[in-house]
Design a protein around this ligand. Sequence first.
Ligand code: ATP
Length: 223
Amino acid sequence: MSSQALRVGMLGGTFDPIHHGHLRSALEAREALGLDRLHMIPAPKPPLRGEPQVSAEQRLTLLTLGIGETPGLYADDRELRRDGPSYSIDTLIELRKEYGPQARLVMIIGFDAFLRLAQWHQAQALFDHAHLAVMARPGYAAPWPEELTELVGAREVEGADSLMQRPSGGVMMLTLPSQMAISATYIRKRLGEGKSTRYLLPEAVEEAIGKNGFYRHFSSHDE
Ligand code: ATP
């Protein structure tokens, strides 16, 4: 029965570094979708962007510090234990195996990532394993590219209750209450310029970045 099925979310990213835009969105998406658990999963080698300056293990450490004791959020290192590029399809297949066929599995992405979804590895197959929830993100309001409209087809539903009727295959647009125009690029830029990042990311994360001297050398490639 749908009311008893476990609801599990996955939020992948580079988290280079984790910031309040990620964390507040994760918390609010968890609430909006009624998720029992939300896996936040750093990618070691994101297929569609350059190599991050800070190692995957270090980004995972920052993510773990950022989450702290937040109920329901879980820093998941599974992609670091896998060889080769980090494809979300492989992660969803793993999660589906772990939680079983009845679990409601939801991949959560920001609107900027959604705009490029049609280029992802095995994009259509993602829907065999999970729903997709797309978070609005300030500064990103572009029209959907044609191939994205084709990919989504008639999958879009209104509201979490409709989405959770089935284990996978739906798409839901999420407009969360506290949208934040924070990006990791902006944080890396400020750190590279020796400027303050206070209140953009959790204090423990800011402290660890300072102690380890991460992101001191910003280059234009990071923009
Ligand atoms: P960068 O600036 O380095 O590209 P980022 O801040 O966009 O990084 P990612 O690690 O690439 O962070 O993001 C992981 C996921 O979180 C993506 O789906 C992205 O769209 C989403 N996301 C990131 N920042 C926000 C934000 N401020 N609000 C909502 N979603 C966000």
